[in-house]
Design a protein around this ligand. Structure first.
Ligand SMILES: *Cc1c(COP(=O)(O)O)cnc(C)c1O
Length: 498
């Protein structure tokens, strides 16, 4: 493998290697030493194991520099749309790291795990209260896993009623790609419906599509173009009248916290992304928690075990309930990602009801502030009066003018020190740039980001090549993004011969 060009000139660990240099400082051996060939077998030993010979300080600097090449929410503004990437208060990490929680074993007896059981029980109750439903489970490992579980329960519900012909799940064209995948994985056929000119569900299409074969509608609210489905009650009525159920993709719950509840709108089941709305660091594939909440009609189908409480107050006793004959079964080893539940519990308890509402309000306010200041510099995807927690821009104007695309704008943002927003999603918006600032960013941070976006829109007019060749200050510039995913190669091969 050839050496990668490193822009900042920092040599890699193998280039720092000097014969005889070491980071270990062990005391003299005070027992007779046994040759390694006797311990391990001579055939297992290599004569030349090319490890870098470096000092402790070299190692510390190497890993510190590597960590600084990662962009993180703790390091800067992270305006990804759809995936709520919010600040994770450090108190959550503190409670999740308490030995009483962190050092538990999932097989230890229930009577020694009462605190953990109480926490999960309480968190499920709080989530159900927040979304206006009857019960919840913390088992799913991700939002998509919560979608799958929801569809499994919808399937079990119809089958239990002998309504076997319901094999179609309706999904609007603005949906996150995981929605159709989850429905299909469950054996349903997926039927798409178009959005109307306002970016919302087209009621006429929905009315024409629902029928006696409809198992469910999967809907994101606020939807993935950042707009509230204002016809939501009518939408739910249409599906329910046809005998179907309505599922809410709750990944965008951040916008509604403490303000309105999917259960009150008519939804039967929803998933939360605890790793989005309830503030667990996410990315890199997990761990996550796609907690699912249900109305009473779906409660019997929740995965086992559920947690039950006998008695109240200080004498309450918690236990796992595995006697659930209608349950869809187990969908995660043990009880899900428990320490994420600890973080979410801490987050909710430290904010309280008032604090949760302020999250919803400020998330929406911040997105609308960006929207208002960028109007005139970029096309806004839909002509709504307000957006919710995220704003979808389009670089269509820049593309028409001189071929600058959304991707070029995102790459140029990196030169200004920002993580790019979501590009080319939702698919129904050409040249989409989807920005979700979240509630925690200050006006000063938002203003600096907006100033950079405005500056870039000017550069797109005067010096489009500057954008097309961006980023200019990063360790590597444009990558072959497909190859980077398909041929991921994380191994460093030393340059010297064996
Ligand atoms: C993030 C997201 C999902 C999927 O959640 P994962 O935890 O990544 O599986 C589903 N729908 C929407 C709208 C999302 O933003």
């Amino acid at each position: 493998m050839s050496s990668i060009e490193i822009a900042d000139g920092e040599p890699l660990i193998f280039e720092k290697s000097r014969t005889g240099r070491t980071a270990a400082n062990l005391p003299e051996c005070d027992v007779p030493s046994i040759p390694a060939s006797l311990l391990l077998g001579a055939e297992n030993l290599r004569n030349n194991l090319p490890l870098p010979e470096v000092s402790e300080l070299d190692v510390v600097r190497h890993f510190t520099h590597l960590s600084q090449r990662n962009y993180s929410i703790d390091g800067g503004f992270y305006p990804l749309g759809s995936c709520t990437m919010k600040y994770n208060p450090k108190v959550n990490e503190k409670t999740a790291g308490m030995p009483g929680f962190a050092c538990m074993h999932p097989l230890q007896p229930e009577e020694t795990a009462q605190g953990a059981l109480a926490l999960m029980y309480e968190l499920q109750k709080m989530l159900a209260e927040i979304c206006g439903m009857a019960a919840a489970t913390l088992q799913p490992a991700a939002g998509a896993h919560g979608e799958l579980l929801s569809m499994m329960m919808v399937h079990a519900y119809h089958r239990e009623r002998g309504d076997e012909k319901r094999n179609i799940v309706i999904i609007p064209d603005s949906a996150h790609g995981t929605n159709p995948a989850s429905a299909a994985r469950c054996g349903f056929k997926v039927k798409g419906i178009p959005s109307n000119e306002r970016g919302c569900v087209n009621l006429e299409s929905l009315a024409q599509t629902v029928n006696e074969n409809t198992a469910a509608l999967m809907l994101t609210n606020p939807n993935t173009v950042g707009l509230f489905e204002s016809d939501i009650q009518e939408i739910c009525r249409l599906v329910h009248e046809a005998g179907g159920l309505v599922y809410c993709d709750g990944a965008n719950m951040n916008a509604m916290l403490g303000i309105t509840r999917p259960g009150d709108m008519g939804f039967d089941v929803m998933h939360f992304n605890l790793h989005k709305t309830f503030s667990t660091p996410h990315g890199g594939g997990g761990p996550g928690c796609g907690a699912v909440s249900v109305q009473p009609c779906l409660e019997p189908y929740l995965p086992t075990p559920t947690i039950k409480r006998i008695g109240k107050g200080a004498s309450a006793v918690y236990s796992f309930d595995t006697d659930r004959p209608k349950s869809v079964g187990k969908i995660h080893s043990f009880y899900g990602a428990f320490l994420i539940a600890v973080r979410a519990y801490t987050y909710i308890r430290s904010l309280g009801a008032e604090g949760l509402r302020e999250i919803g309000e400020n998330a929406v306010l911040n997105a609308n502030y960006i929207r208002a200041r960028l109007t005139g510099h970029y096309d806004i995807a839909y002509d709504a009066k307000f957006c919710m927690h995220e704003v979808v821009l389009s670089a269509n104007r820049q593309k028409q003018l001189n071929g600058v695309r959304a991707l070029d704008i995102s790459k140029r943002l990196m030169d200004y020190g920002y993580h790019p927003p979501t590009n080319y999603f939702p698919l129904i918006v050409p040249e989409a740039l989807m920005i979700e600032p979240t509630e925690t960013e200050s006006k000063q941070t938002l203003d600096k980001f907006i100033d950079a976006m405005i500056q870039i829109s000017k550069e797109a007019e005067t010096d489009p090549e500057l954008l097309r060749s961006a980023p200019h200050n990063t360790v590597v510039s444009r990558l072959d993004e497909t190859a980077a995913v398909k041929n991921l190669d994380l191994r460093w091969e030393p340059l010297f011969a064996e």
